[in-house]
Design a binder for this molecule. Sequence first.
Ligand SMILES: Cc1cc2nc3c(=O)[nH]c(=O)nc-3n(C[C@H](O)[C@H](O)[C@H](O)COP(=O)(O)O)c2cc1C
Length: 212
Amino acid sequence: MNNTNLIEALEWRYATKKMNGNEIPKEKLDTILEAIRLAPSSFGFTPYSVVVVQDKELQAKLLPLCYNQSQIVDASALLIFAPWKNITEEQVDVYMKEIAETRNIPVESLNDFANAIKGKINHSSNEDLHTWASKQAYIALGFGLAAAALEKIDSTPMEGFNPAGVNELLGFNEKGLQAACILALGYRDVEKDYLANATKVRRKKEALFIEA
Ligand SMILES: Cc1cc2nc3c(=O)[nH]c(=O)nc-3n(C[C@H](O)[C@H](O)[C@H](O)COP(=O)(O)O)c2cc1C
């Protein structure tokens, strides 16, 4: 991959308003999920889950909770980025075990690292921790958006939904999750999407980037 391909892909993508209902190949979905898995997060702790919905009945139930945005039912898959509701020391211990096993090092050698994360947890309010976890989830959303564009899969990042309703429908309250944003994946309906051929609008370089 070179930079031109990335920029071309990002120019090609747009937040698709009308999808055509076609299914995306499993390999492409897997590539997008792998890019999301490879997203960085603070401490590498990844305090969120990504719930994959590929079930037309469930998508139909989600529709009214997402302000009837048609991508919800016309998408081939919906990825729901869901920060963890509670951040605990036990989750940190699980993460430390994973690092120790993966890198074949004693878990005790990670004590300072574990304590740094636990210190953050213990000195932050639940609200701050939720904001922190959500930020990590949005980085993963960005990776998913870029990966989809490179795979020539259309997508829509979506915050336009009723989080309480979605949490309830998907049993997130019991699972300790809170829906933050949705990535709809599918194919654009060029005929019916008023934005399919619209020129991209972005702030000019001189306005966005400021010399320090
Ligand atoms: C966090 C986030 C939430 C968004 N929510 C919605 C949404 O609910 N529905 C929608 O159609 N577009 C949504 N968008 C798409 C934006 O409107 C779109 O990305 C923006 O206008 C820039 O256009 P482009 O992505 O087509 O280049 C969202 C985008 C982001 C990043």
